[in-house]
Design a protein around this ligand. Structure first.
Ligand SMILES: NC(=O)c1ccc[n+]([C@@H]2O[C@H](COP(=O)([O-])OP(=O)(O)OC[C@H]3O[C@@H](n4cnc5c(N)ncnc54)[C@H](OP(=O)(O)O)[C@@H]3O)[C@@H](O)[C@H]2O)c1
Length: 299
């Protein structure tokens, strides 16, 4: 992580909501933001784990540091709605929202609400969560929405398959044997980039900026719940992976760097703007994704 004079940090005293801070990249980012004096609202599905993280963050930032826990399972839209309501009730101001929670599923799973799980956790829930918190972000004047995307969006080379949003195709034989699940994951990460682009367009003139980033290949708990083969693959990949701290570097930079450094609606890697895949730059598809996501989150 970049060395910084923490007393000069722009996040000191700012109110930051972060999802997925109980592990990996999100935990590393939360630790660094706590060091820099941010007030943190960690959004997690597991109360015990979240309370343990809260203790660790307070050990870093001091007993008086603000670290609040909000519970949400990103696989459940009602749970996301409840967490947003809890946050709006408790926090009169939100300066930064970090959508970082994410997962990959090797077999096709559906949420209780009937949405394919990867789509729900990685795209639909952050879409809903952001929209529920957006007015509060706008009120703060110079807010930011940062989403953890991935170079893996390139696995969805043909773009989002709007004709199969519940991913029957990806997980059916023989696609399932040839990377269907990873392509599905790639689609959701592509959705993160397209969501950011369209959100950026919608936020023009409001003072709120949206950005997303690729953390690189990072050694975390990612893909550990998908059986022996996935765990073995991740163990091999770990040898070529970054630390969570390095993976969180661009996220922290997007939260803390001077406003002039961050372009609205754009994709970053290693603290620099970078160009995503051709499908990720398709404005019409991003608008279509927005409309469909609104419909899917109306339930
Ligand atoms: N690792 C990489 O190489 C890599 C590369 C590119 C992008 N990314 C992205 O980075 C982000 C963070 O992943 P990571 O690598 O840090 O993995 P990780 O160590 O597995 O952390 C994932 C985080 O998301 C949370 N989460 C997962 N499903 C959730 C759900 N249904 N409800 C609420 N929270 C949930 C996890 O909570 P629990 O602690 O309760 O499990 C955890 O806090 C993801 O969006 C991922 O797509 C990772």
């Amino acid at each position: 992580m970049m060395e910084l004079n923490h007393s000069k940090s722009t996040v000191r005293g700012k109110n930051v909501i972060i999802t997925g801070a109980t592990s990996g990249i999100g935990f590393a980012a939360a630790k660094e933001l706590a060091k820099r004096g941010a007030n943190l609202g960690i959004v997690a599905r597991n109360r015990e784990k979240a309370n343990e993280v809260k203790s660790q963050l307070k050990a870093i930032a001091g007993e008086n540091a603000v670290v609040d826990v909000f519970l949400a399972d990103m696989a459940s839209l009602p749970s996301v709605r409840q967490a947003a309501a809890d946050i709006l009730e408790k926090w009169p101001k939100i300066d930064i929202l970090i959508n970082n929670a994410g997962a990959m599923y090797m077999t096709r799973k559906m949420t209780a609400g009937g949405v394919e799980m990867t789509w729900a956790v990685n795209h639909l829930s952050p879409f809903l969560f952001t929209n529920l918190l957006l007015d509060r972000l706008k009120e703060s004047g110079h807010a930011r929405v940062i989403t953890t995307a991935s170079h893996g969006h390139k696995m969805a080379g043909k773009g989002i398959r709007f004709d199969d949003l519940s991913a029957k195709g990806h997980y059916s034989f023989p696609q399932s044997l040839f990377g269907g699940a990873t392509r599905r994951y790639g689609e959701t990460k592509l959705a993160n980039i397209m969501f950011t682009a369209e959100l950026g367009r919608r936020l023009e003139g409001t003072g709120v900026k949206a950005s997303c980033y690729d953390p690189g290949l990072v050694a975390t708990n990612f893909n550990q719940d998908n059986g022996m083969l996935a765990r073995l693959t991740m163990a091999v990949m770990k040898r070529f992976s970054r630390t969570p701290e390095k993976g969180a570097e661009t996220l922290v930079w997007l939260a803390d760097s001077d406003e002039m450094n961050v372009s609205n609606g754009r994709y970053y890697r290693d603290m620099q703007r970078t160009i995503p895949s051709v499908p990720a730059q398709n404005e019409d598809a991003a608008k279509r994704l927005w409309t469909i996501s609104e419909e899917q989150t109306r339930q």
